[in-house]
Design a protein around this ligand. Structure first.
Ligand SMILES: [Zn+2]
Length: 437
């Protein structure tokens, strides 16, 4: 990214931030012992980050952002120490420096004096709006959503939920009437051919041929309205279902096709009707998880997206994020730590700070930060200038992340030899036998 020089941060501001950070580090030291053990390095790396990004003291009121900051500062402190103490490969130092800068941009975006500049660079971030602009945007969105809402299908789905459609996922997440977050649900009369055919290929369902044209025509014209009015540039990327925070409350959106799979299975001829129904229910469960708790700590950047999609996939097996699940398996094999067990044990899968602390204490502070900065495969391929895409690539995306865990001094000598062989990390053992299935 182009270098942005920060000239707007008065000294007093950075002093307040440093003071607040100090208290935060004191508090975090008991939760994450590694912070106490490496405090000197963390402090060494802190000051320039606070100054370069004009970080406001309020950032350190946020526990999980402070945890991320601490890991980035530790990384920066180590780099500064290496640069001081001896020759270090120039390319390595440059890569690290850029990574640290990108990581800080993502984590500090909401509290940086460079926020607007950073948001302008990052396609993955949404622009920060004034209160008036935000209100206008919300009103406009609300109107469009109203006009596209299929009232009949929305009521049918709500009825199914009231009759217990989501009870199993609620039980798994330890949700009852006391701790369930309020949410809305809407079925929209939108869908697009691309989603339709992708789902057909993936899931093997189809719509009765003679009805297909009418069905697609009906919902295709709406997508143009959706695109024009809401400025969704590439509606071909539209997911079959998604959830969105509106005025502090999550709304689950289902496209008509998913709702029909649950309500009118007779429309579909390919694949089994039960299979179609199950796919749609899993998608709904997945979005329900997103509406109940959230692991993503910033507004509009993709920090922790990987973990959030894994959490949603733990309860709603929608199939899109198979790579997140595969990585969980590798991570457990390499380190003994199971993300799945942690998520299944804690109500709503645990909050972002609890999870960050757990990963830090089981695999290390850097590992807790890095998993927050990798992207699920579905997002790695998206085009655009996205800072999180760059951090993810630097780490080597999800498999690169696992290899880093395997190569870390903490786990290197403890790896199961067969697993190490699969990771390409040892040449000493013979190719493992694959005779036994
Ligand atoms: Zn999701």
């Amino acid at each position: 990214m182009p270098e942005i020089i920060n000239t707007t941060n008065p000294e007093s501001l950075s002093q307040n931030s440093s003071e607040k950070l100090k208290h935060r580090l004191d508090a975090l030291s008991s939760t994450i012992p590694e912070i106490a053990e490496t405090r000197e390095i963390i402090e060494k790396g802190s000051q320039s980050l606070i100054e370069d990004f004009g970080l406001e003291a309020e950032m350190f009121d946020d526990e999980v952002l402070s945890m991320f900051f601490t890991a980035i500062a530790q990384r920066n402190g180590l780099l500064l120490q290496q640069l001081e103490s001896g020759p270090i490969d120039e390319e390595v130092a440059k890569g690290e420096k850029e990574f640290i800068h990108d990581a800080m941009a993502l984590v500090g975006m909401d509290y940086s004096s460079l926020s607007n500049e950073l948001r302008a660079i990052d396609d993955g971030a949404t622009a920060e709006l004034s209160d008036v602009e935000q209100r206008e945007k919300n009103q406009k969105e609300q109107m469009i959503y109203e006009s596209l809402t299929n009232v009949r299908l929305t009521e049918k789905i709500k009825g199914k939920i009231n009759s217990g459609l989501l009870d199993s996922v609620k039980a798994m997440m330890k949700i009852d009437t006391d701790n369930e977050d309020q949410y809305d649900i809407r079925v929209l009369d939108v869908c697009n051919m691309q989603t339709l055919s992708a789902m057909e290929t993936i899931n093997g369902f189809g719509i009765i041929d003679s009805k297909l044209d009418v069905y697609v025509q009906d919902i295709s014209k709406n997508i143009e309205l959706y695109e024009q009015e809401l400025g969704q540039e590439n509606y071909n990327d539209m997911a079959p279902a998604w959830s969105e925070g509106i005025n502090g409350k999550k709304t689950i959106f289902l496209t008509k096709i998913l709702a029909d799979m649950m309500v009118s299975p007779e429309l579909f001829v390919k694949g089994s009707r039960r299979g179609n129904y199950n796919i749609a229910v899993e998608a709904l469960k997945h979005e329900y998880v997103h509406a109940q708790g959230d692991l993503m700590p910033t507004s509009g950047t993709m920090v922790n997206l990987f973990l959030e999609e894994f959490r949603a996939g733990t309860y709603g097996n929608f199939g899109e994020y198979y790579d997140c699940k595969a990585i969980e398996y590798f991570l457990k094999t390499a380190s003994g730590f199971s993300l799945k067990e942690f998520i299944e044990t804690n109500p709503k899968g645990g909050g972002p700070s609890a999870l960050f602390a757990e990963i830090s204490n089981k695999i290390g502070l850097q590992a807790a930060m890095e998993i927050g900065l990798i992207l699920p495969e579905a997002y790695q391929k998206k085009s655009g200038n996205n800072i999180c895409k760059r951090t993810s690539e630097y780490i080597g995306n999800d498999m690169g992340y696992i290899r880093r865990i395997c190569k870390s001094p903490r786990f290197k000598d403890k790896l199961d030899p067969t697993f190490a062989w699969y990771m390409g990390l040892t040449k000493e053992i013979e190719k493992p036998s694959i005779e036994k299935q």
